[in-house]
Design a protein around this ligand. Structure first.
Ligand code: GDG
Length: 459
């Protein structure tokens, strides 16, 4: 294996003992970097008065991280601006929320040039470079401009939007053209990959066959590469002391009722508003069953400086308050809405204590919560996953109850079906999903991508 250089907006190497406290992504990338003696480069998360390109190196558990501070203006225009106010909503089909401003586009370009300038001296001739996500689309091209001839791959963690939506972005064609600098581009699903192909073929005149996109004298391999979780680690976590303790506490506080759980970053793409409305519909349509359940929604706030996130937060506060006001009684509150994050072991215990998980994004590149919920279940008495058709995860987890999150009726019906589902059916569905997430785990994802990059013969 060549040495691997991972480049992403934020860097979070998982350290040995604390690996369970980090996300699966950092665990997977850390293990790849450790095996290859590689390096992880990105933004430090810190702001400096003037950009200097000074790199801070750190070495943890066999992995070297290299980070750089950004100027306030870069953070505003590149991160809060183009990444989170332009591309994120657009890539999640929310053109209504996307903000198109030249200043954002310029800041995004500038920050990517600065990243490229800073990292290029660290790249050696035989290294493979793996760029992560929508923050860094032009990075490959900026590396090429600076003489980098290495294999460079790009992985998109979000959906790729349909061509007509992407065309609303003033610089769509130019942005897409920067992707031609990569050797391999990976997506979570065939659908996102195909949307990308549609755009390139129709707008840029490329030619696509057998996984190879040909244009401007280049050959780019496109792969579908669904990200997984560390399923063994998560299943083990769910049986550990802390998770078991939480499991008992949750079951006790449920007082015989079935818990429905949701765990999401507070983000409009996660379909939380639609979820609350679908759940309310269930309450209204099922007067007998309704007091037998409650919804625990954990939603730690994210990107709180962006206005659309402040708005979704206040919408959800209003909605949960209204639903609780209308339906609660002395001994029962229908929604427990919690705006904070918890350690992963606590989440694992909560998942295991739940009878149903509601994972209902309006669009999601993959969705790891769906997989974590499956991994955390008791094989002898598993809960039921209700999953949006519009999450990438639905392509792999076809044994979930798949719903359209925009339909409150489908959500309500699915909750009723899940509550009534016999144990043998729950076990059968869970087993099929568990097999998939064990086989296609996060190491599988990482190998699939790095193997494709290693084997690709640039034109
Ligand atoms: C992007 C794509 C894609 C949530 N609350 C807490 C907590 N979490 C953890 C979950 C899960 C992670 O955050 C969220 O992962 P998702 O996949 O659901 O979503 P995004 O953050 O939007 O991630 C997505 C992913 O990239 C990977 O490619 O699947 O589609 O949008 O791991 O458990 N973790 C802790 N406390 C919390 O309260 N510790």
């Amino acid at each position: 294996m060549s040495r691997l250089i991972v480049i992403s907006n934020r860097v979070s190497a998982a350290t040995g003992g604390a690996a369970g406290a980090q996300g699966g992504l950092s665990v997977a990338l850390t293990s790849a970097l450790r095996e290859s003696g590689g390096l992880w480069f990105g933004w430090s998360g810190e702001v400096t008065d003037e950009f200097t390109g000074q790199i801070s190196f750190n070495r943890e558990d066999g992995v070297t991280t290299a980070t750089v501070d950004l100027e306030e203006q870069d953070v505003e225009e590149y991160y809060n601006g183009y990444a989170n106010r332009t591309l994120w909503p657009l890539f999640h089909y929310r053109v209504d929320l996307a903000e198109y401003e030249r200043g954002f586009a310029e800041g995004y370009q500038r920050a990517n040039e600065r990243f490229a300038e800073t990292v290029v001296p660290l790249i050696e001739p035989d290294d493979m470079v793996w760029v992560q996500d929508y923050h860094m689309i032009p990075l490959g091209q900026e590396l090429r401009k600076r003489g980098c001839r290495n294999r460079i791959g790009f992985f998109l963690h979000t959906p790729w939007p349909p061509r007509r939506l992407l065309l609303t972005l003033p610089e769509a064609t130019e942005l897409v053209a920067t992707l031609f600098a990569y050797d391999v581009i990976g997506f979570h699903t065939d659908e996102w990959l195909q949307s990308f192909v549609d755009f390139v073929v129709l707008e840029s005149g490329g030619d696509y066959a057998d996984g190879i996109l040909r244009l401007e004298g280049r050959q780019i391999r496109l792969i579908t590469c669904p990200i997984g979780i560390d399923s063994d680690e998560f299943a083990t976590l769910a049986q550990g002391d802390q998770a078991q303790q939480i499991f008992r506490e949750m079951r006790e506080s449920a007082n015989g009722r079935a818990m429905i759980v949701g765990v999401d970053r507070l983000d409009y793409s996660k379909g939380l508003e639609e979820r609350f409305l679908g759940y309310e519909r269930f309450l209204i349509e099922n007067p007998k069953e309704r007091k037998e359940v409650f919804l625990l929604q954990i939603a730690p706030p994210s990107r709180g400086t962006v206005e659309s996130y402040q708005r979704i937060r206040s919408t959800l506060e209003g909605l949960s308050g209204r639903i609780n006001g209308a339906h609660a009684d002395l001994g029962w509150v229908p929604i427990r809405y919690v705006n904070q994050g918890y350690p992963r072991a606590v989440l694992a215990g909560v998942y295991r204590a739940a009878r149903i998980a509601l994972v209902t994004p309006i669009r999601d590149g993959m969705n790891l919560v769906a997989k974590e919920f499956v991994a955390a279940q008791d094989p002898d008495d598993p809960g039921v996953l209700i999953l949006s058709r519009f999450a990438g995860a639905a392509q792999q987890l076809g044994e979930a109850l798949l719903i359209n999150p925009y339909s409150a009726e489908e959500m309500s019906d699915a909750i009723r079906t899940a509550l009534a589902m016999p144990k043998d059916e729950r076990i059968r569905r869970w087993r099929a999903m568990f097999d998939v997430i064990c086989e296609q785990d996060v190491l599988w994802w990482r190998r699939r991508f790095t193997d494709a990059l290693e084997q690709h013969e640039p034109a």
